[in-house]
Design a protein around this ligand. Structure first.
Ligand code: FAD
Length: 449
């Protein structure tokens, strides 16, 4: 039997911790779920060489490794348990290069998304992926989950902003994937394969990301209350179909709004809400056209060009997760449907609520058709009735041409539905690809597959 913690300490010194509190913290992420026991050691890597050393020791001792960024994931992907090494990339947090002429930056994986954008501001550039957790989540974690966010309807998800990666394989070898050119089609696209791979194929140790010029000009925010959530969803689908391009379009269902109102101690704006932001050239005309659509579809709408008011409204939306977590343990779902099917998906959720006598507070990145229905319960075990309702919810999304997870990933919590979406042949192929990269199965075992 190897003393893995001792081997790690011999090689990496004080980068290795077996402190009980540090190990306990790695048992959970923001999904609200926890592993039954603590991992064996936490390594805070400071360099690519540190990551390689950990992976060589893990390979030689057949020890599982759970890579961890900021631990803000909502699918249980970074949760570590007994006998596992936690490999944190949080301290590898430097912006290594900004190439203004090429609109490219090179970053270490632990840099926080919000921090990267603060550093890019003086260059007039930004990294567009903007998960609501941008202030607290790492770019490495964003890449490993292919994170989305509020602005991705117009500016794309993380995948659209990654050109190249350095990745340490399970056996410690370092790969350089992709390119720093706008185009590049040499060989198979392993960069894309890594994006969203949730720590199961390799450790992302550096990223070359694509930047955009900051969007100039006025920003308009339209907020509207609707009599029903289906009416709000219909308005969102009509706006998409009419060729308008909101930068943000968020929908807050009735019970979700009630939870936020209680949590923040604010006044209820009355009914389900649709909050839409337009930016860039033509923003004013687009906002006026959206206002006309929303009003004709029964929404009571207000249009504003006040930046502070926009921040206030999106602040309300961003507080949804905290509002739910304040009520109990949360199982947050992440289905995504074609945008035209948003009204049908909300109708399906309403029908599941009545049949199971449950309340399912739901918000949606309506501009992407990505819904977050939440189940809130007491204790740590998900009650069977909630698994059954969640099961129906996923199947409804699949029937509407949708997917199990739009942005949070599969992690631990969505594994049970993977076969339903991928089918036997694709799941088998994916498992075999995983085995090529990680033949010993030591990278994030039990997650995704
Ligand atoms: C309040 C709140 C709001 C959120 N809003 C959004 C949202 O709008 N959109 C969205 O997409 N998500 C959102 N999330 C979820 C979460 O923030 C994202 O999934 C984020 O990308 C995770 O980053 P992290 O650094 O915390 O990664 P972690 O949680 O530490 O890890 C997530 C996964 O990535 C893997 N990983 C992490 N770093 C690496 C690496 N260097 N190499 C290989 N694998 C790695 C881990 O093994 C794990 O599987 C939200 C979370 C919270 C708490």
């Amino acid at each position: 039997m190897h003393d893995v913690a001792a081997l790690l300490t011999d090689e990496l010194g004080d980068a290795v911790s077996v402190d009980a509190a540090a190990l306990a913290a790695a048992r959970s992420d923001r999904s609200g779920h926890e592993s039954p026991a603590a991992p064996l050691a936490l390594v805070t890597a400071r360099s690519i060489a540190d990551v390689q050393a950990v992976m060589r020791i893990a390979t030689s001792t057949r020890t599982p490794v759970v890579v961890r960024g900021a631990g803000t994931g909502l699918a249980g992907g970074a949760i570590a348990g007994a006998g596992e090494i936690v490999l944190s990339t949080l301290a590898m947090d430097q912006l290594l290069e900004v190439a203004v002429d090429d609109e490219v930056a090179v970053v270490q994986p632990g840099i926080l998304n919000g921090r990267l954008n603060e550093l890019l501001l003086p260059h007039g550039l930004w990294f567009t992926p903007d998960p609501a957790s941008r202030a607290i989540s790492t770019v490495g974690g964003n890449i490993a989950t292919n994170a989305g966010g509020l602005l991705c309807a117009k500016y794309g998800v993380t995948r659209e902003s990654v050109l190249g990666l350095k990745v340490v394989l399970a056996d410690g070898r370092l790969l350089e994937l992709g390119h720093r050119t706008v185009k590049g089609v040499t060989g198979l696209d392993f960069t894309s394969l890594m994006i969203g791979s949730e720590g199961t194929l390799g450790v992302i140790v550096e990223a070359t990301v694509r930047l955009r010029p900051l969007v100039r000009g006025e920003v308009f925010v339209l907020s509207a209350s609707f009599p029903t959530v289906e009416a709000a969803a219909r308005a969102s689908a009509v706006i998409t179909a009419s060729g308008l391009h909101p930068a943000i379009m968020e929908l807050i269902g009735d019970s979700a709004m009630a939870g936020i109102v209680r949590h923040l101690g604010i006044e209820h704006p009355g009914g389900p809400q649709l909050i839409i932001q337009f930016d860039g050239p033509g923003a004013h005309d687009e906002a006026r056209a959206a206002l006309a659509s929303v009003t004709s579809l029964g929404g009571r709408a207000v249009l504003s060009d006040d930046v502070a008011e926009g921040e206030r409204l999106f602040g309300i939306r961003r507080s949804f997760h905290a509002a739910m977590a304040a009520q109990g343990t949360v199982l947050i779902e992440d289905v995504c449907v074609p945008r035209s099917q948003l009204p049908a998906m909300f109708a399906a959720i309403g029908e599941i609520e009545s049949r199971y006598a449950l309340t399912i507070p739901t918000v949606a990145h309506a501009g992407d058709g990505n819904l977050h229905p939440n189940f809130v319960f007491e204790g740590t075990e998900v009650p069977e009735v909630i698994w059954s309702a969640a099961d129906e919810l996923f199947l409804a999304a699949l029937r509407l041409g949708g997917t199990l997870t739009g942005e949070h990933g599969v992690g631990l919590l969505k594994r049970r539905w993977l076969r339903d979406e991928l089918g036997d042949d694709q799941l088998d192929l994916q498992q075999r690809v995983k085995a090529v990269f990680d033949p010993l199965g030591i990278l994030n075992p039990g997650k995704v597959f």
